[in-house]
Design a protein around this ligand. Structure first.
Ligand code: NAP
Length: 180
């Protein structure tokens, strides 16, 4: 099963705030987010889920919360106590892809399970006192950039963006291992 991450991050990997809102308003990225998540199984944290109240139409949200009494907005929305339980449920239900949409805590908790990253790199730096950040995925060397496109700024989008797709590298042997 494909586990895709979809996130928008600034040059410092900032993606939001503890207070709970996006530091930017970029309609180009919102349209992209809608397209990538349409009809999908979504994995998301309780805080992001509440922030997206009323947004869900044909998606199936799998909400992560450690509160056993947490009740979702609709009975068809499911709540899980951990990443693996949510992914196992989607797999057993026949999903061929789950799209993780954040927030920062969910991206950190689910990074090991991710197979694909779809990142909107916002070509700017935002000042937020209580920022939350996308994990530093590049330091592991496990991710390979497979597609990139530049979105210039325009009248509705005040900053340029770069859409990037990464896939997890497969089958690379550890360096220095002798060939049998
Ligand atoms: N730029 C982007 O692409 C993007 C995308 C999404 C969100 N955001 C922003 O990110 C911010 C929210 O991110 P966040 O990190 O503060 O919150 P979050 O990840 O959306 O939600 C955190 C909550 O999820 C639950 N949780 C987290 N890890 C868990 C785990 N391993 N197992 C079970 N439950 C777990 C906990 O809920 P309980 O407290 O109920 O236990 C926790 O309080 C907001 O500013 C939002 O706007 C940005």
């Amino acid at each position: 099963m494909q586990v895709s991450f979809v996130a928008a991050i600034d040059r410092n990997r900032l993606m939001g705030s503890e207070a709970g809102h996006l530091p930017w308003r970029l309609p180009r990225d919102i349209a992209h987010f809608r397209a990538v998540t349409a009809g999908q199984w979504l994995l998301l944290g309780r805080r992001t889920y509440e922030e997206m109240d009323g947004w869900f139409t044909d998606q199936t949200p799998l909400v992560l919360s450690r509160d056993p009494d947490y009740r979702p907005q609709r009975p068809s929305h499911r709540v899980f106590a951990g990443v693996n339980a949510a992914l196992d449920f989607a797999r057993a239900s026949g999903a061929d892809e789950v799209v993780a949409v954040g927030g920062a805590r969910i991206f950190s908790a689910a990074l090991e399970a991710a197979t694909r990253l779809i990142l909107t790199r916002i070509e700017a730096v935002y000042e937020v006192a209580d920022g939350v950040y996308f994990p530093d995925f590049e330091k592991s060397g496990e991710w390979r950039l497979v597609h990139a496109e530049h979105w210039p700024s325009d009248s509705k989008n005040p900053v340029a963006m770069r859409l990037e797709y990464y896939e997890r590298r497969q089958g690379i042997p550890p360096p220095g291992r002798p060939v049998p």
